[in-house]
Design a protein around this ligand. Structure first.
Ligand SMILES: [Zn+2]
Length: 342
């Protein structure tokens, strides 16, 4: 049986802590993003006791080394360990596809880590590997703003876009465990070339990285203004948070860029909501820390994209309280659940 099959519907209710779970002291969660990796140590109630972040290595051997470093630095031998990866995995933990981490395709990360920890005599209670966006969705559903929801999409904006669904109150992973690859919905035929090999994928317009790309493109076409100055100052490397800061200072150029970016986000969310009749969309990842600067225009464009918006029940669009940690927290929560069931 897939390790995932037993994880999809944990044997406890959202928000509750079973007697068995209380026996688990804590767990480690590691979320490998396309660019950055976050690691957390959580307690049995999902509270983050410690967190770390570091650049994501791209060689499979370096990934194993990084995981070992995090486990050792958290003094985590003997603890359940959950790992979220931006990849599609088969039931044995072999990477089938990874548009933003191609170096690990065909690699069995789980086996490598188990072997490496065994050599160091630091065996964990268990190791759980899962898609990173599925981990983020679990964090929202069991600990975050989707507790008790029935129809929800969690949209993780990072290097690319990942997603997870709660359908009829349950995590839905699809017929082949391939649901949630929402970043590769084509929304602009003949559009930007995507690392997946096709053109016009949603993540080429609305990912966390897309805001910075859009800002640099727009700034390169101007010769004055705050963003143009920043563009020169940073050697053509404006970051997403620079745009957010400029928006908070009411810079018109930054506000226009944010509006365009928000429109792309809203387009995808509206299409998902139209298809699935969602009641809640949670935006996670780096842009989730932007607050109303992002949420305001996203809601505005969402309204214009939605059919029957004025007459249908309200759809809530929320920002994750975990921001960039949702994947790591969800990975740790999954690991706790697996340890409980062993
Ligand atoms: Zn793509």
């Amino acid at each position: 049986m897939s390790h995932f099959a037993s994880q999809v519907q944990p044997a406890y209710l959202p928000g509750s802590i079973s007697e068995q779970r209380q026996k688990s002291p804590a767990a480690i969660g590691i979320d490998f993003g396309g660019t950055n990796t976050k690691a957390v140590l959580i307690d049995v109630e999902g509270r983050v006791l410690r967190e770390e972040a570091f650049p994501t290595p791209h060689e499979s051997s370096a990934i194993t080394d990084r995981i070992l470093e995090a486990i050792i630095s958290f003094d985590g031998s003997g603890l359940p360990i959950g790992i979220g990866l931006p990849v599609l995995l088969d039931e044995d933990g072999v990477v089938l596809g990874a548009p933003n981490l191609t170096e690990v395709i065909g690699h069995n990360v789980k086996s490598s880590i188990i072997d490496a920890l065994g050599e160091l005599d630091k065996r964990p209670a268990c190791i759980t590997i899962e898609n990173d966006s599925t981990c983020a969705t679990i964090a929202e559903f069991y600990l975050g703003c989707a507790i008790g929801s029935r129809y929800t999409c969690v949209v993780v904006l990072g290097t690319g876009i990942g997603g997870g669904f709660i359908i009829d109150g349950k995590l839905a992973v699809g017929a082949n465990r391939m649901a949630g690859e929402i970043g590769h919905m084509i929304i602009e035929p003949n559009g930007r070339k995507c690392p997946c090999g096709r053109e016009g994928c949603w993540e080429m317009y609305a990912s966390g990285d897309s805001l910075a790309r859009l800002a640099n493109e727009r700034a390169s076409l101007t010769s004055s203004g705050k963003l143009y100055e920043l563009y020169q100052l940073t050697n053509n490397s404006i970051k997403g948070e620079d745009v957010v800061n400029a928006c908070q200072a009411q810079d018109p150029q930054a506000l226009a860029i944010m509006d365009e970016y928000a429109k792309w986000i809203a387009l995808g969310i509206a299409n998902l909501t139209t298809a699935l009749d969602l009641e809640l969309c949670v935006i996670a990842g780096g842009p989730a820390s932007s607050g109303d600067v992002l949420l305001g225009p996203v809601r505005q464009h969402f309204e214009s994209f939605m059919q029957y918006y004025s007459t249908r029940p309200k759809v809530t669009i929320a920002l994750s309280a975990f921001e960039q940690l949702s994947g790591a927290i969800g990975a740790a929560w999954l690991a706790l659940d697996n340890a409980m069931q062993q």
